[in-house]
Each structure stands twice: as structure tokens, then as C-alpha cells.
Design a protein around this ligand. Structure first.
Ligand SMILES: [Zn+2]
Length: 187
């Protein structure tokens, strides 16, 4: 790590989308179920995840997806995660070693999807909040990565075919988040 690396002593907040299947939360590609508690990254290449130059790690964006982005499908749900451990920063998001869901966003519509998201949030023991309040709910659990720490987006034309991957930096975030959560629950 570079000497200039700031200390990140709280959890880092990131934003994701999942699929709600029944009352269960699954990853976007429906390959992994997210349950209550800590979700840790693993790599099939048998190294610690995330690793530089690999695609492993738990993905999250720096900011919430546009409101309504999840509304178009019957099963997409937006939410926020607390991230810690090793975190690799990219232009628009991160890949982290550990994550916990901290809040899910409720859709505008009332109906089956909203009820399933509420049930999934209850099972995870996290709040389900209106989308406009997702950011505030998440910030109770940590901080977003400051803009100055994010690698620049080197893609001149976003519509061009992907070229070299964005430069990324690896940071370590103190592993105290889980302990603080446990203490908070037992208070
Ligand atoms: Zn890997």
C-alpha cells in the first residue's frame, strides 16, 4: 500500500442491485444467495479476493442506481451494503472482501414486489426504506469513498468498446464493522 493511503477506519458504503426470489435475496446473476450477516468474497483461482487483475470480489457502486432502475422488472431490488476488508477501487465502483446488506429500497408501487422486498429485509434484519431515503439509511453504517480517492474514468467515450480496465487501487478497511454491529445488537 502507498504511504499516502488514508486510513479507512469505518465501513465503506456501496450500492448494489439484487434479485428478490420469493422472499430471498439473490445476486444479480442469481448465482449467490445473500443472507443475514457477513457475505465474503471467494475466488475460484484460490487467492484472497479481491485480487488485482482478477474479477473476483463483491461488487458495489459508489452511488445508488437511478431511482426507478429497479422498477422496470418484477424482481430487481436496489440496496446498500457496508464493505470492509480489502477493497479495490475502480472508476465507478468497488470490489470488496466482505459485505453486509444494510438497507433495501422499496419500489414506488404497492403490491407483491413491495411485500416480498419487505419480507426479504425482515429476514436480513435490515430496514426497507423508500428509494429517496436509501442514501441516508446507508450512511448510518459508514462513509462513501471520497471522490478524490476514486481512480479517474479514463474512458473518453463511454459508448466505445471497453478498452484497458480503469486503474484501480487497493485499500484495506478496518475489520471492526462486524464487531460494532454485534455490540449494537446486544445493547
Ligand atoms: Zn480472483
Amino acid at each position: 500500500m502507498e504511504a499516502s493511503t488514508p486510513d479507512l477506519i469505518t465501513a465503506v458504503i456501496g450500492f448494489r442491485q439484487w434479485r428478490v426470489c420469493g422472499e430471498e435475496l439473490w445476486s444479480f446473476r442469481a448465482t449467490e444467495r445473500w443472507q443475514r450477516g457477513v457475505h465474503s468474497a471467494h475466488c475460484t483461482d484460490a487467492h484472497d479476493a479481491p485480487a488485482h487483475g482478477c474479477s473476483c470480489g463483491i461488487y458495489a457502486w459508489y452511488s445508488p442506481a437511478p431511482r426507478g432502475a429497479s422498477a422496470l422488472t418484477p424482481d430487481l431490488v436496489a440496496g446498500a451494503v457496508a464493505l470492509w476488508g480489502q477493497i479495490e477501487l475502480h472508476a465507478h465502483g468497488m470490489r470488496a472482501q466482505h459485505a453486509m446488506v444494510v438497507a433495501l429500497a422499496l419500489p414506488f408501487s404497492r403490491g407483491a414486489k413491495r411485500r416480498r422486498i419487505q419480507a426479504a429485509a425482515d429476514a436480513l434484519d435490515v430496514p426497507a426504506v423508500p428509494a429517496r431515503r436509501l442514501n441516508a439509511a446507508a450512511l448510518a453504517h459508514g462513509d462513501v469513498i471520497p471522490r478524490a480517492m476514486r481512480p479517474p474514468d479514463t474512458t473518453p467515450n463511454k459508448r466505445a468498446a471497453p478498452g484497458e480496465p480503469a486503474p484501480a487501487r487497493l485499500y484495506a478497511v478496518a475489520d471492526g464493522y462486524r464487531e460494532r454491529q454485534a455490540r449494537r445488537r446486544h445493547r
